[in-house]
Design a protein around this ligand. Structure first.
Ligand SMILES: CC(C)(COP(=O)(O)OP(=O)(O)OC[C@H]1O[C@@H](n2cnc3c(N)ncnc32)[C@H](O)[C@@H]1OP(=O)(O)O)[C@@H](O)C(=O)NCCC(=O)NCCS
Length: 155
């Protein structure tokens, strides 16, 4: 079940975060709490049996939606949770509420890149040394409403 992020979800989000990201990339509980509140309108958790199976934090920046963080707990991957979460951001584009959805991703993150490419995202920029361990990142962008709509309506 998809629902908006609330303060009581923070421990569950943090658990998914710790199980999903490299130690240097993990957000603190305080930062997650702030983001979940500040970007509440577009931040969601996917809950199964009352537990957080995945989450997305998306903040509006001008005319764009910035996906700040998205993760699915390893136990729940490859079942469409990531796609459902990503589509909460793509819906903003599909409905014309923003003109772009963008995000940053490690160049080595094949699973995430597959998901984003399937959704129609394109590389807008390579971000040299973007991550604290020196790895490059990509800034991916999607502006094509039709692609966003088609991806989210496909199985
Ligand atoms: C990226 C991530 C969120 C995907 O979550 P998920 O719930 O497993 O994604 P879905 O099941 O919705 O996958 C949708 C599609 O994405 C692609 N995909 C997802 N994981 C993949 C993998 N490991 N290998 C290849 N393709 C993958 C596939 O096209 C998949 O469709 P399919 O299963 O029908 O082939 C998840 O792997 C994750 O949390 N990773 C660690 C955190 C992270 O890297 N977040 C992104 C930071 S930018």
């Amino acid at each position: 079940m998809l629902r908006r992020c609330q303060a009581s979800d923070i421990p569950g989000i943090y658990e998914v975060e710790v199980r999903s990201f490299k130690p240097d990339d993990i957000y603190s509980v305080e930062l997650l709490k702030f983001l979940c509140a500040y970007c509440r309108d577009n931040s969601y958790v996917y809950a199964t049996d009352g537990k957080v199976a995945g989450y997305i934090i998306t903040c509006i920046e001008g005319n764009a939606a910035h996906v700040i963080s998205i993760a699915t707990d390893p136990e729940h991957r490859r079942r469409g949770v990531g796609k459902s979460l990503l589509c909460t951001a793509l819906k903003l584009l599909a409905e014309g509420r923003v003109g772009e959805v963008f995000l940053e991703v490690r160049v080595s993150n094949e699973a995430a890149l597959r998901l984003y490419k399937a959704a129609g995202f394109e590389v807008a920029e390579t971000l040299r040394n973007y991550y604290s361990d020196g790895e490059d990142g990509y800034r991916l962008s999607l502006r094509d409403r039709k692609k966003a709509r088609e991806f989210c309506h496909s199985k």
